[in-house]
Design a protein around this ligand. Structure first.
Ligand SMILES: [Fe+2]
Length: 299
């Protein structure tokens, strides 16, 4: 936005300042006038249709001052400049429409990718948890945590995708281990503990999910270094994975599981607070405590 304002100011000032009398100067003067066309196109590309219209309006006003002030009695030149104003609007409207369409196509593409991935993890959740919602709920809780920090949209999407896909590596865990109701033996536990690395290998193959793959790999790390697979400690763990850890445990404690009673929100909060600085990053716990209860329950 600031770049656009500065560029508008530079083009306008130079256009006003360069005289029209001498032939050489006039060439520069006209060239600068043509640079006005760049502004609605840039506004359209960066911010969409409404911004393109707003920018076209702004340059029309700025340009009209010049027409009135510099060409007071020259009706032929004024008519010529009025034609230029129409050209601004043609460019502004066409660029605005085209970039708006591009943005909406991109949005549809992102949504289609997201829905495909939700389909994949739903199938896994159905098998393990007998419900297709675990991963989606964990993603929503993680995104509520992410909202407490100043991240851009791309970063938020990356963390959300990491949360959604965290257990995708369980596809390689045999059912006899994954669905075993009793405690796992040491060997079975070793097989189970491979799922973050397997998930990483799967997700890392998809280019737009490369960063999310880091969260998948680190989703069982613990703040005090007692997690797996790498035993990362504190800030060595990607921040998204530290936020995810709180979201995952909250969901595990408050959702219905066949072999455990469900905890109330308050009981889960007590458990999460107890683990601050051990399992969880205190910053993540603090962010979790700042989420209004209602937002968690409607997630
Ligand atoms: Fe996991």
């Amino acid at each position: 936005m600031i770049i656009l304002i500065i560029l508008t100011a530079i083009i306008t000032l130079l256009h006003f300042a360069i005289p029209t009398e001498q032939h050489t100067f006039h060439i520069f003067h006209i060239a600068l006038r043509k640079l006005y066309f760049l502004l609605p196109v840039m506004a359209a590309a960066w911010y969409g249709f409404r911004a393109a219209i707003f920018m076209t309006l702004a340059i029309s006003v700025l340009f009209s001052f010049h027409v009135v002030l510099n060409w007071t009695d020259n009706y032929m030149e004024q008519a010529n400049q009025a034609g230029e104003l129409v050209s601004f609007w043609v460019v502004g409207l066409v660029a605005g429409r085209l970039f708006e369409r591009e943005r909406s196509l991109l949005k549809n593409l992102v949504r289609a990718n997201e829905e495909t991935l939700i389909g994949l993890v739903s199938a896994l959740d159905m098998k393990e948890h007998n419900t297709n919602l675990h991963s989606q709920r964990v993603r929503k809780y993680t995104l509520l945590l992410v909202d407490r920090f100043r991240f851009d949209e791309a970063k938020k999407r990356t963390i959300g995708m990491g949360a959604l896909l965290h257990d995708v590596g369980k596809i390689a865990v045999p059912d006899a281990i994954l669905l075993k109701p009793e405690a796992l033996t040491d060997e079975e536990m070793q097989v189970m503990r491979k799922h973050p690395a397997v998930g990483y290998d799967i997700v890392n193959r998809i280019e737009f999910l490369r960063e999310s793959a880091e969260i998948v790999l680190a989703h069982h790390e613990r703040f005090d270094g007692s997690g797996y697979p790498r035993g990362l400690k504190g800030e060595e763990i990607p921040f998204g994975a530290r936020l995810f850890a709180v979201a995952d445990v909250y969901d595990a404690l408050t959702s219905v599981r066949p072999y455990r009673t469900v905890m109330s929100h308050e009981e889960a909060v007590v458990e999460i607070k107890k683990e601050s600085g051990r399992h969880f990053d205190p910053k993540a716990v603090e962010a979790f405590l700042a989420i209004p209860r209602q937002e968690l329950q409607t997630a």
